[in-house]
Design a protein around this ligand. Structure first.
Ligand code: NAD
Length: 474
């Protein structure tokens, strides 16, 4: 059997979720562009029915209590583990990310890790005043029905980030995966639903209109949205109608600043993966790198060496750790931004043109040196494997550059830890990593500022975000 032949487990899982032959929308394998399966295309009427079912199931789920919900979430994590390889292979085919490296197997593993953490994290009531006369406590109750809307870059993991805390707190969830990567998410939800009670978690596979209706629906109490800033703005507008509470994880354009005195060879691997994890299609990837002129050439050289040794190709080949762009639209954005950077005088250090020999959507790791602020590759979110590397001489200028865009998801500072922490405190972003970039942890709150959105996910703060506070006074 060749490595790309579909395993029996994959076939069974896909057949459970895909539309019958002749129906649905065709989903292609991102690497080979062969037919992978057919995504169901559900309507707004289907969505309305799903929300009604989720609404009916919610009181019972809330009444089940934390212990029972946690036990079921732990069982759901076990079910994911039991299906991990088949899920990772479906994800690799649909999204394009390789099985190996910080990619498909890693993503499925993160899903069960986040489920387990949500199951075991406790959100205690807080005593806010107890002075002998007044006793007031702050409790956290379920909100009701959560509408979850996700992107195509980490489709399973981001869905779990929305599902796990919401269910843990006693909400039910209606989830719309991205129309680019529905099958992997539907397969994962089918596995979770082997364990969960009926109608507690309902997937709805549809296009952007279904997403818009979900966000605006009068019977949705909270929207967990991860996607572009443009869509996030529309969701804010719809929340004026239904007053849904929002968590918005939007686009990023993370800056990295390398301070003088830093050893380029020592940080090169972490820099590389900070920028190119998931072939650059990551919200909190390093998307523009500011390097002090004293070490600029060495940093560029070290990154070039790694780029040229890191295998890209079909994700089912165990050797590969970089894959294609997931879709043509994103491929075109990356191509356009690189062409524009060249026209603006950018120097292509490696890459710089589509890797057509690998397939239709492959773009090689591309390092663009000698560019500056104002070039589109720096100012816009590339969301792909092209990194602009910008030279600075005064760290004040690098800080100003990092802060000049309307994005604030993550950032990183590289160098002496104390100096780096001083710089970090002046950067406008939800997270600043020191000597690394992009690592997330299920107990460390994560979220953006400015155009990257608002609200926190993960840990205790993440549970609060899918709950409503209630004061018991007396
Ligand atoms: P997108 O905004 O195009 O789509 C995201 C989802 O929104 C899809 O499911 C889509 O169907 C749905 N949608 C589209 N129009 C809608 C509407 N009017 N109302 C409600 N839903 C609607 O984003 P994308 O291209 O899938 O994802 C890439 C973007 O997501 C990048 O900008 C990336 O930085 C961002 N992202 C952010 C995070 C984070 O945690 N901050 C994580 C991953 C991705």
């Amino acid at each position: 059997m060749s490595e790309s032949t579909m395993t029996a487990e994959e076939t069974v899982l896909l057949d459970r979720v895909q539309a019958p032959v002749g129906q649905g929308r065709e989903i292609l394998d991102a690497a080979t562009r062969e037919l992978l399966g057919r995504a169901p295309v559900q309507s707004v009427a289907d969505l309305d029915a799903a929300i009604a079912r989720a609404r009916a199931a919610q009181p019972g789920w809330e009444a089940a209590g934390h212990e029972q919900r946690s036990a079921l979430l732990l069982q759901a994590a076990d079910a994911l583990d039991a299906n991990a390889e088949a899920l990772a292979r479906i994800l690799s085919r649909e999204q394009g990310k390789p099985l190996n490296g910080p990619n498909a197997r890693f993503e499925v593993g993160a899903c069960s890790a986040w489920l387990r953490t949500a199951a075991s994290t406790v959100l205690e009531p807080e005593v806010v005043v107890d002075d002998g006369q007044v006793h007031a406590e702050l409790h956290y109750r379920a909100i009701g029905v959560v509408g979850a809307i996700g992107p195509w870059n980490w489709p399973m993991m981001i869905s779990i980030w929305q599902i796990a805390p919401s269910l843990r707190m006693g909400n039910t969830v209606v989830l719309k995966p991205s129309e680019y990567t529905p099958l992997s998410v539907l397969a994962m939800i089918a596995v979770l639903n082997e364990v969960l009670p009926a109608d507690v978690l309902i997937p709805i596979s549809g296009d952007r209109e279904v997403g818009a209706r979900l966000a605006a629906h009068p019977d949705i109490d909270k929207v967990m949205f991860t996607g572009s800033t443009a869509t996030g703005r529309k969701i804010i507008q719809s929340s004026a109608g239904n007053l849904a509470r929002l968590t918005l994880e939007l686009g990023g354009n993370d800056a990295g600043i390398i301070l003088p005195g830093t050893d380029p060879a020592a940080i090169a691997q972490d820099l590389f993966w900070g920028a190119f994890i998931n072939t650059g299609q990551t919200c909190a990837a390093l998307k523009r790198l500011y390097v002090h002129d004293s070490i600029y050439d060495q940093v560029v050289d070290e990154l070039k060496k790694i780029a040229e040794q890191t295998p890209m190709g079909n994700g089912l080949d165990e050797a590969n750790v970089l894959g294609p762009l997931q879709n043509k639209q994103q491929f075109d954005i990356v191509s356009r931004l690189v062409e524009d950077a060249k026209a603006q005088g950018g120097r292509i250090v490696t890459g710089g043109a589509p890797a057509t020999e690998l397939g239709e959507l492959f773009y090689p790791v591309t390092l663009v040196a000698d560019v500056g602020d104002g070039v589109a590759l720096v100012d816009e979110e590339q969301f792909g494997p092209a990194l602009p590397i910008i030279k600075y001489t005064d760290v004040e200028d690098a800080i100003a550059s990092a802060n000049r865009l309307d994005a604030g998801l993550g950032a990183s500072v590289w160098g002496d830890r104390d100096q780096a922490r001083t710089v970090a405190a002046r950067i406008q972003s939800g997270t600043v990593w020191i000597n690394s970039h992009g690592g997330v942890h299920p107990m460390i709150p994560f979220g953006g500022v400015k155009g990257s959105g608002y609200g926190l996910e993960f840990g205790v703060e993440g549970l609060k975000a899918v709950a409503v506070p209630q004061i018991i006074n007396g």
